[in-house]
Design a protein. Structure first.
Length: 147
């Protein structure tokens, strides 16, 4: 049994219990799932507070990566970013080059849910996004001062 967090088109959130992802998709396609608050049949899966991956849904175009250039003469932004990266690394499991396969296992409930980090090729990253698996690519900044 899988529990999905769901939302209707008017942002009412609720849970649904399904035998599998395929069972959810089939019921959704037949109009068998409706919002308990308003009766809407426009239902979508939404991220759960305990998930870092987004449930499967028709793939949408991945947003273009943003490029940012900011003046940071004192290095405060860079130091803050390094602290953020350190916190992410400290609170996630390093799965190395097995990132794509491990992300899939977590997404499809074949491995325990947990935060992970590692390396993925551009092709693997794109494939994960196309499957509806939310992943985030973060640049690793060298330890030395870049100024």
């Amino acid at each position: 049994m899988i529990i999905f967090d769901l939302s209707c088109n008017t942002a009412h959130r609720f849970e649904g219990y399904f035998q599998s992802t395929d069972a959810f998709d089939a019921q959704l396609a037949k109009g068998l799932i409706s919002c308990p608050s308003c009766g809407s049949l426009e239902i979508r899966r939404v991220p759960s507070a305990v998930h870092l991956t987004h449930p499967a849904r028709p793939p949408r175009a991945a947003p273009s990566p943003a490029s940012v250039v900011m003046a940071d003469s004192g290095g405060e932004l860079l130091n803050t970013y390094r602290k953020l990266m350190a916190a992410i690394m400290a609170n996630s499991e390093d799965v190395g080059t097995k990132f794509a396969s491990e992300a899939r296992k977590i997404h499809y409930l074949e491995a325990p849910e947990r935060s992970i980090h590692g390396q993925a090729s551009e092709k693997e990253f794109k494939s994960l996004r196309e499957e509806g698996i939310e992943v985030l690519r973060l640049p690793v900044i060298k330890k030395e001062n870049l100024n």
